[in-house]
Each structure stands twice: as C-alpha cells, then as structure tokens.
Design a protein around this ligand. Structure first.
Ligand SMILES: Nc1ncnc2c1ncn2[C@@H]1O[C@H](COP(=O)(O)OP(=O)(O)O)[C@@H](O)[C@H]1O
Ligand SMILES: Cc1ncc(COP(=O)(O)O)c(N)n1
Length: 283
C-alpha cells in the first residue's frame, strides 16, 4: 500500500476549525498522512481571534529541517505565515529540500477581521514564495491585495488572476466564497493559458470558518495522491461543498465546517466545471 504524505505549514487554530487543525483533518479524511510545521499559535474560537503568538524563525526552521531530513512530502500547503521573516524561511526550505506540488493559500485576514499576515509580508510573499507555487488560492480580498486590482465583476477577476500569475506561480485559483450576491459559489482558475470555472450552489450559512484552509488542504491531498491539478480542484470543491452543506453547529459564532461530511457522501455531486471561460477584452 502506498502512503501519500502531505505537509501543512500554517498557524494553529485552538478552536479546531481552520489552520493546522482543518488541514490535518482534511488530509486524514482524504487518506493522506499529514505532517505539520506550526508558524504561529492563535487563541481563537467561533467568535473570533483573541490572540496571535508567532513562533520564532528558528523554531520554524527547525521544524522544516526535521521534516526535510527524514520525510519527503508528496505535496505541501502553506497557510498563515504572518511575517516576511517566516515567509523567507519557508521559501528557503522548499528550495533546499526540493519539495514539489506547492499550494499557497495566502491567508491574510480571519473572517472576524483579525490580521494573520503583516502588511510588509505581502511583498515578501510575491517575491519569495509565489515563484515556487504550483497554485495559489486567494479569496477575493486577498486577490485584490496581491494584484492591486479591485474585483467587481468577472472581467476584473480574470485580470487579477493574470496579474498574480505574472508573479511566477503556475496556476491561480481565485475563490468566490466572498461573492455574496451570487447564487453560485464560483472559483476561477487561470493556468497561464485559459480560464476554468468551478461552480457549486451557494449554501446559506454563517458556518464558514475555515473554508479556505479546508479547500486548499483538499487540493493538496489530491496532488499528494498524484491527481492532475484540475482533478484535485474538483475533489476539493466537492469536499468543501459537503463540509459546508452539513454544518456541525458548534460554538456561538461562525462555526467550523464538517470535515467528515464528504466521506459520508453528503451533497458531493453538485460541482459544475466550465472550461475556456473568457470575457472579451480581458486578455
Ligand atoms: N456559502 C458557500 N456555499 C458554497 N461554497 C462556498 C461558500 N462559501 C465559500 N465556499 C467555497 O469554499 C471555498 C473557500 O472559499 P472562500 O470562503 O472564498 O475562502 P476563504 O475562507 O479563504 O475566505 C471555495 O471553494 C468557495 O467557493
Ligand atoms: C490559524 C488560522 N489560519 C487561517 C485562518 C483563516 O481561516 P478561513 O479559512 O476561515 O479564512 C484562521 N482563521 N486561522
């Protein structure tokens, strides 16, 4: 039996819905052995973020070395990286150990508004990490911050994807969870040549804490198992749709998604793929 190994480099969410906890649960649900490098500890629950405690660059470097010198991940994802220093240490390890299948979830702000990435770190992310990324998965505000383009319609979203692709990552997936006025939750993929949309029915719920982390971890799981990129996106979209569709209803605020719903077969037949989408004038 092959053991597929995946690594998450991210922050801890004490409430268990996002960050390292969401990633490891997703890896396990999808049959992948999960490993973790913790960049920061957050005190967090469904009501918000009560504290952020970054690890030292040395502690992160040592965790990366422990993995690099013994265990080779077939795919990895990054989540909350917090500072430019941490980004540089992570980028150096990816190069040193020649890790492949790199999924960058450019976590910037928690849904409650707390900052999980310092402003100066955006430049470091563009400079050091994006050229190493096989795919980056920004939500709409993150894509705006990275591209400097206000996303108001499908054309501006395509332009933002092209701008971000220009920083050197192989593929860009701009997620549509924040597009509240649409009946669809549509994620846009740009691979440098064409645009593909992955759409599902938008579910009306406030329990979306950790959706982005879970989605990127599911992509990483698919890549770790050798799926081609588009198949990994399809898997991840089905996984997150099921996880949102059957919320756990725990906590008094924005609750977590249900990581075991996909395995139970909840609503995972709902994803539509629209290839070669192009808005005239965008390219
Ligand atoms: N209400 C929803 N219904 C269905 N899918 C959603 C909903 N909210 C988010 N998603 C999906 O969850 C994934 C994460 O998206 P998003 O919430 O934009 O990320 P983030 O957590 O980084 O802000 C995407 O695939 C998105 O389409
Ligand atoms: C440690 C940590 N990492 C990431 C997120 C973002 O979560 P979301 O997926 O809801 O944007 C978070 N709230 N906490």
């Amino acid at each position: 039996m092959s053991i597929y190994k995946a690594l998450t480099i991210a922050g801890s969410d004490s409430g268990g819905g996002a960050g390292i906890q969401a990633d490891l649960k997703t890896f396990q649900e999808l049959g992948v052995y999960g490993m973790s490098v913790i960049t920061a500890v957050t005190a967090q629950n469904t009501l918000g973020v009560q504290g952020v405690y970054p690890m030292s660059a040395e502690a992160i470097e040592q965790q990366l070395a422990s993995i690099g010198e013994d265990l080779t991940p077939a795919a990895l994802k990054t989540g909350m990286l917090f500072s430019g220093d941490i980004i540089r240490v992570v980028a150096a390890a990816i190069q040193k150990y020649k890790w492949e299948q790199v999924v960058v979830d450019p976590v910037m702000i928690a849904k409650g508004g707390a900052s999980l990435l310092q402003q100066e770190a955006i430049d470091a992310m563009i400079r050091y990490l994006l050229p190493l990324a096989d795919v980056i998965t920004p939500n709409i505000p993150e894509a705006e911050a990275l591209s400097g383009i206000a996303i108001t319609d499908s054309m501006s979203r395509q332009e933002a994807a092209q701008r971000i692709h220009g920083y050197g990552c192989k593929q860009v997936m701009i997620k549509g969870g924040h597009e509240d006025n649409s009946e669809q939750a549509t994620d846009l993929l740009y691979d440098g040549q064409s645009f593909t949309e992955f759409s599902s029915r938008r579910l009306v719920t406030r329990h979306t804490h950790g959706t982005g982390c879970t989605f990127a971890a599911a992509i990483t799981s698919g890549l770790a198992q050798g799926l081609p990129m588009k198949a990994a996106f399809h898997l991840a979209k089905s996984f997150i749709q099921a996880a949102i569709a059957e919320p756990l209803n725990i906590g008094n605020g924005h609750g977590p998604t249900n990581h075991w719903a996909y395995r139970r077969g909840v609503s995972n037949d709902d994803v539509r793929i629209n290839e070669n989408v192009a808005t005239p004038g965008a390219r």
